[in-house]
Design a binder for this molecule. Structure first.
Ligand SMILES: *Cc1c(COP(=O)(O)O)cnc(C)c1O
Length: 338
């Protein structure tokens, strides 16, 4: 077990959190004159600051306790709060395996934290030998592991992830934004085993709610308490909470959409394989495919003239485009243009 307190910024440990009217009053009442709300309208009341209805549903679905769940304003908030809780600006460090999701870098910069980048191997796996020396750095507080990884699409080797969890005396954040598209098992069940593990998931991808901005973090109670301490009191609006509850009440729709996306992914993979303009297809466990072409920037621009936008990832991996799996129609139009 890792001493979590020792990793937390002192001002956060000492912080006396804001206590909202809605969180101070716990009983049942009919007349609410406690929060300076307007008594008229439908969205006149502050939202549930602890999002209990969502957590109840997630608790059942993910087989974790309520106290092990944090709901954030997108995964972006889960990432940003990790920096704010654990990393002293101008002193502490975080580590990523590149190429990976761009927000870790941006969030590190906003918080004035040095981000160390270890390149993934040629098959986009973690280089454990290169990683080991960093474990000795007392100022290294966070390691981000994105699996399935964005923009490469592949999952990272479970053995390497476990090695880091067992040997790093800091916080490990596994970003599972794309886990629903993968056959690999989530690390959520491992939060009991590793008290330094945060597993981040999102409603933005497989759940189809990117516009709603809701992400989740699963972790040991001590870490979740810290998240609740520093989050803005009403971080998830009422309409957004309602949208998530509605989605969680219709798991069949989620499964159906996921099925269609996976079917379409398989179809795209086959079509890319038969297309001579596609030089390489990277393995994917996500709802996107990274391909290498002869001149990615030129092809990107050509597609744009036909009003099709893909993601040019050439700055990360030379001459690559990252293509999100769309509807059957959208994919057909893309294939025609390719
Ligand atoms: C899309 C994505 C997310 C989702 O972020 P939200 O803020 O929840 O929309 C998180 N991590 C990765 C790696 C992603 O690609």
């Amino acid at each position: 077990m890792i001493d979590i307190k020792q990793l937390v910024r002192k001002n956060i440990l000492d912080l006396k959190p804001y206590s909202s009217a809605r969180s101070e009053f716990k009983g049942k009442a009919e007349i609410f004159l406690d929060a300076n709300e307007n008594p008229f309208g439908r969205l006149n009341r502050y939202p549930d600051p602890m999002q209990i209805r969502i957590k109840n549903k997630l608790s059942e679905m993910k087989k974790v306790k309520l106290k092990n769940i944090f709901i954030g304003n997108g995964s972006d908030e889960v990432i940003d709060l990790a920096f704010r809780i654990f990393c002293e600006p101008g002193r502490d460090k975080a580590l990523i395996f590149s190429p990976t999701y761009g927000m870790y870098d941006v969030s590190a910069n906003i918080n004035n934290i040095t981000l160390q980048k270890i390149p993934l191997t040629s098959d986009f796996q973690i280089d454990i030998e290169k990683t080991k020396p960093y474990f000795n750095d007392k100022n290294l507080k966070l390691i981000f592991i994105c699996s399935p990884n964005n923009p490469t699409g592949n999952s990272l080797d479970i053995k390497d992830i476990e090695y880091i969890l067992q040997n790093f005396n800091g916080i490990v954040i596994i970003d599972e934004a794309y886990i629903d598209f993968s056959k690999k098992k989530s690390f959520v069940s491992k939060i009991k085993e590793y008290n330094n593990l945060i597993v981040s998931q999102t409603f933005s991808k497989a759940w189809g709610l990117a516009g709603v901005r809701v992400g989740t973090a699963y972790a040991n109670e001590e870490i979740i308490d810290l998240y609740n301490k520093v989050k803005p009191p009403y971080n998830i609006s009422t309409p957004n909470q309602e949208a998530v509850i509605k989605a969680l009440d219709n798991v069949a729709l989620f499964e159906k959409q996921k099925y269609v996306i996976l079917q379409e992914r398989a179809r795209l993979l086959k079509a890319f394989d038969e297309n001579k303009n596609v030089l390489k297809i990277y393995r994917t466990d996500a709802n996107f495919i990274l391909i290498e072409v002869d001149d990615a920037t030129e092809l990107y621009k050509k597609l744009l003239t036909q009003k099709v936008v893909v993601r040019n990832r050439s700055n990360y991996v030379p001459n690559t485009l990252r293509i999100t799996v769309g509807t059957e129609d959208e994919n057909n139009q893309l294939l025609k243009l390719l």
